[in-house]
Design a protein around this ligand. Sequence first.
Ligand SMILES: [Fe+2]
Length: 245
Amino acid sequence: MSAGIAVIAEADTASASAPPTDATIEVAGSRVVLRPSGAFFWPERALLAVADLHLGRAERTAREGGDLLPPFESIDTLDRLEAEIMALAPRMVVCLGDSFDDLAAARNLSEDVLLRIGRLAAGRKWCWIAGNHDPGPVELPGTHLAELRLGLLNFRHIALSRLGASGGEISGHYHPKAKLIRRGTSVTRRCFLSDGRRVILPAFGTYTGGLDVMDGAFDPLVGPDGTAWLLGKQVTGIARSHLRK
Ligand SMILES: [Fe+2]
């Protein structure tokens, strides 16, 4: 068992009845918080970011003749987002793309979901970053942007393979997850992936799969020195070099 795996096993045992615990890290000189929910919080700006909500997935899957999924995923996702908004009172919410499973899914959202989005966005800035699933503008409260720069942090859907000399990047798209072995059992968890200049967020949406952090797609983005921050009772960092696919 690697040192990193030992750490997460101890953390889970020790915190069984304790409230969930964040991890605080630095990205391009800014202190940011990684939440057990998979949300990202930047206290200095009171900014909450979430990635890959994929609202309307059940509707899209049914429309395209795929599996019929229980159609409650959008409300479930928004319930969890509302809990984070209630806990953190952000002045700004940034949805990092793939907020909708496609643009038709955005147009076909139920009245319940539209009302909920309107309520969550009231009284704060709300930004929809374009994703590969939802590249166009949407007729919902908030601003639709290709990407957003605030201070030294760039918010976009897909991480750039090369970052400029200064600044950090907050992105989504890959739905990172990590696998570890605990007591002889394989456990897979959603995770953040960071390297001090970037944070790639896990998918926040219900019914979203994931890509293992050991996949070669991550090599040019974080390298072996990157850290996977696994979601759980406690957000726990494990060096990517200590994980196996
Ligand atoms: Fe996605």
